[in-house]
Design a protein around this ligand. Structure first.
Ligand code: HEM
Length: 387
């Protein structure tokens, strides 16, 4: 990959990947960082669904848990906890939105709102104040998703060291004291209970931070994309013509935050006519599948109404697909939809700045924009659409 191509990728990563995919006759092409991307939709779905590429442990967890069944049980337990606390999430979100200034800076505000709405679920109110303030700081400085610019990364790296040691300290203290019987007080109680004793406090801290990132970072950035896209595609002097649910689905299609997932090749093999060594990474881009012109009508358009039209749906995998699909997909969808509905409720929303080209780091996040929120006196129901 030449320097010029690398710069082009940085400037417009999605356009770059689309162009490479179009130019590749085999449906498989090289990414700037050397991995292979499967652009053809049929082959890409095969990579995510075929047992040959999806045996054993899920890449999401790395080696943090000892077995696939431990990964599955853990994912379900976290999902159930978040689902049980959705009423509290909704109330907190409404309160956090009511306290927002008339002009807010995004995407940072997205993660702050989601954090404020889940702070007690992540860490119960009387737990370690040191850990709570480290988590707050991580959200404020944007540690959750890797920053796109060098200077931002440097700032994040300077503050990051405090967070993991604070989690380890809390895990160690709780393991020593024992977790009280009854409902888990927070995510950390659930995690300590769900994981076998042989898992180190260090690995438990990594698991906790992984879920912190999924719950706050990925959800927060998805809220940001939904707002930006809906505002850029509607008239500023009227309310949105679509239910929040369609907006969120269409935003996750048009600009999926998890824009690339990878599977490792289990043994030397030929795929789409290209020979691969064991351990080579085959990447699949939900973005490319969501923009396949043979499977979607006018995929380049942001069109929430397509979600009401039968036969309008091509491959849709913002939460991946196959055996390693996101365990929290339904609750994440509900969290984003509730946040967008709360922001739009009794308010007129417009944006300044904003760009449809994402910053691509470990996720595809939107570039900075300002949200102008004018509250209206007229009552409008929090329109969430289908579930
Ligand atoms: C917008 C928010 C979210 C997005 C876009 C997202 C996306 C994903 C994706 C793409 C994967 C699979 C990666 C792969 O195929 O290798 C995944 C895995 C996972 N996600 Fe999410 N996620 C989100 C939120 C959440 C939330 C809120 C939770 C927990 C409540 C969660 C729990 C998990 C778990 C446990 C896995 C691993 C599943 C397994 O391998 O068994 N995610 N997520």
């Amino acid at each position: 990959m030449s320097m010029v191509e690398m710069l082009r990728f940085r400037r417009d990563p999605l356009g770059f990947v689309e162009e490479f995919s179009r130019r590749s006759p085999s449906g498989v092409f090289r990414l700037p960082w050397g991995a292979w991307c499967v652009g053809d939709s049929e082959l890409a779905l095969a990579v995510l669904r075929d047992p040959a590429f999806n045996k054993g442990m899920a890449p999401f967890f790395g080696d943090l848990l000892p077995s696939r069944s431990a990964q599955v049980d853990f994912g379900h337990a976290v999902r159930n906890l978040v689902r049980a606390r959705m009423p509290e999430y909704r109330d907190n979100m409404a309160r956090a939105v009511a306290e927002m200034p008339a002009v807010s800076r995004w995407p940072a505000t997205g993660t702050v709102l989601v954090y404020r709405s889940t702070a007690d679920l992540l860490l119960y109110p009387h737990a370690s104040p040191t850990l709570r303030s480290s988590m707050e700081q991580a959200v404020r400085v944007g540690t959750l998703i890797r920053a796109p610019h060098m200077w931002q990364r440097a700032r994040v790296e300077m503050r990051r060291p405090k967070l993991k040691p604070a989690v380890i300290e809390e895990v160690t203290a709780r393991r020593k004291e024992g977790i009280p019987a009854g409902e888990p007080r927070d995510l950390l109680d659930l995690l300590i209970r769900a994981c076998p004793d042989e898992i180190t406090s260090d690995a438990l801290a990594d698991l906790y931070l992984l879920m912190f990132l999924s719950i706050v970072g990925t959800v927060g950035h998805s809220v940001a994309w939904s707002l930006l896209l809906a505002c850029l595609h509607s008239t500023p002097d009227s309310s949105w013509p679509w239910p929040a649910d369609w907006i969120v689905r269409e935003a996750a299609r048009h600009r999926p935050v998890v824009w690339m997932v990878g599977r490792s090749v289990p043994r030397p093999t030929e795929f789409a006519g290209v020979p691969f060594q064991r351990g080579a990474i085959l990447s699949v881009s939900p973005y490319l599948l969501h923009h396949d012109e043979d499977r979607w009508t006018l995929p380049g358009l942001f069109r929430p109404a397509r979600w009401a039209e039968p036969g309008e749906h091509g491959p849709y995998l913002p939460f991946s697909t196959g055996p390693f699909t996101c365990a929290g997909a339904a609750v994440a969808q509900a969290m984003i939809t509730d946040a967008v509905a709360a922001l739009a409720n009794r308010a007129r929303l417009t944006v300044t700045g904003g760009d449809l080209r994402p910053f691509v780091t470990n996720a595809a996040i939107c570039r900075p924009f300002a949200l102008h929120r004018t509250t209206t006196t007229r009552w409008r129901p929090a329109h969430k659409g289908r579930r």
